[in-house]
Design a protein around this ligand. Structure first.
Ligand code: PLP
Length: 389
């Protein structure tokens, strides 16, 4: 079809959603599919959160709320952010959004235009590059390699920055690799960015609570040197098993908050009020479920890495966070997409090919361990069989 915005023809999509749709088709036609494709916790939303939402609806919270989010929720986010990062955030700088993804969308609409450059993690969450491309900006790939535990090299990142760079996208713990950026790289990056006062950073901290071993979350906003040019993205989807509720937030520098809010008004108006009230309960109520979930994820992570490494031609590092492993899989003459397709169509195991996350993802598969231990055991048997074929 001719005559549409020329950027729309090539806009990227998220392979994980396509794989979810295909898995559901296979299930409908009577197959048992083990789904390690989609990035959402397999635990239900905690009951205390659900109850608040139900009550809110019954109490008549059915109308629009303010476009930036109800004050009670923004205050709860500010308090939670302080508790976890020791950084004071003005609730007026917080924009409540329908999921964290909206923060990526709005930020890229603010910064992206032809002639500007935006650095993104590769492999990385698919929406980053899709939206950079859509705005006409140049997407500059920052490799995240297995030999660096899927973090980046700050020197390499700084070598990509120039006078056209407008934004750097940062994601730790990361999707699809589970990689966590070590403090040493933060320090080098912040020092190096002093020379580039006009470069902003979008810090996607959606997995900030899901960390293992002695990894502690470091928010990019906790560095005063760059604080006035950091946008933080976080939300409820992963931490509280609320992916389908669509609730997230962005903390924007005062200089650009107004633009983000105007985009929100022009797009989603406001987030469902009952969902926002549930979000308050999630932050202020018991955190018992979160801790239990992380404990369970840790067991699964250990199980998977150990067992994947025992399979011929698979190499898997133990990731520091999120709920993904990203093993390197070598099978002669097969791309990661062919491997992933084969596993789904013939063995009913859903994974996501590493190449879906950028050119540096080729040769890898993303396995989400947001699935129970029995499924993980079956998945390992399946991979063993496939690799020995
Ligand atoms: N950022 C990353 C790195 C993600 O992996 C995801 C979801 O998979 C999101 C943002 C979006 O989260 P939400 O479901 O809250 O929009």
């Amino acid at each position: 079809m001719d005559g549409l915005n020329k950027s729309i023809y090539d806009i990227g999509s998220d392979t994980a959603f396509a794989i979810l749709a295909r898995s559901n088709e296979l299930i409908k036609s009577g197959n048992k599919v083990i789904n390690l494709g989609i990035g959402q916790p397999d635990f239900p939303t905690p009951n205390n959160i659900i109850e608040v939402a139900v009550k809110a609806l019954k109490d008549g919270h059915h109308g629009y709320s303010s476009s930036n989010g109800i004050l009670e929720l923004r205050e709860a986010v500010s308090q939670d952010f302080f508790n976890r990062n020791k950084v004071n955030v003005d609730p007026g700088d917080i924009l409540i959004t329908p999921g964290g993804k909206a923060v990526i969308f709005y930020t890229l609409l603010i910064f992206g235009q032809p002639g500007s450059e935006i650095i993104f993690p590769d492999p990385g969450f698919v929406a980053y590059k899709s939206m950079i491309d859509y705005t006409g900006a140049t997407a500059v790939s920052l490799p995240h390699r297995m030999e660096n535990n899927f973090s980046f090299d700050a020197q390499e990142l700084l070598s990509l920055v120039n006078e056209k760079t407008r934004l750097i996208i940062f994601n730790s713990p990361a999707n699809p690799t589970g990689g966590v950026v070590p403090k040493s790289e933060y320090i080098k990056l912040i020092k190096g960015l002093e020379k580039y006062p006009n470069v902003y950073i979008l810090s996607d901290e959606i997995y900030s609570r899901i960390l293992f071993d002695d990894n502690a979350h470091i928010s990019l906003m906790s560095f005063p040197e760059i604080r006035d040019r950091v946008i933080v993205l976080d939300g409820w989807s992963k931490t509280y098993s609320m992916t389908g509720w669509r609730l997230g937030y962005g903390i924007f520098p005062k200089k650009i908050f107004n633009y983000a809010e105007k985009l929100a008004i022009n797009c989603h108006s406001c987030v469902t009020t009952a969902v926002q009230l549930a979000g308050v309960e999630a932050l202020k109520g018991t955190q018992e479920h979160v801790l239990k979930m992380i404990e369970e994820f840790n067991l699964r992570r250990n199980f998977l890495t150990e067992n994947l490494n025992s399979i011929k031609n698979i190499k898997c590092i133990k990731p520091g966070g999120a709920f993904y492993v990203f093993p390197e899989i070598k099978k002669s003459n097969m791309s990661s997409k062919q491997i992933s397709d084969h596993l789904l169509e013939n063995m009913f195991l859903a994974t996501v090919p590493g190449s879906a996350f950028g050119q540096n993802g080729e040769g890898f598969l993303r396995l989400s361990y947001a699935s129970n231990m029995d499924n993980l055991k079956e998945a390992i048997e399946c991979l063993k069989k496939f690799m020995n074929e």
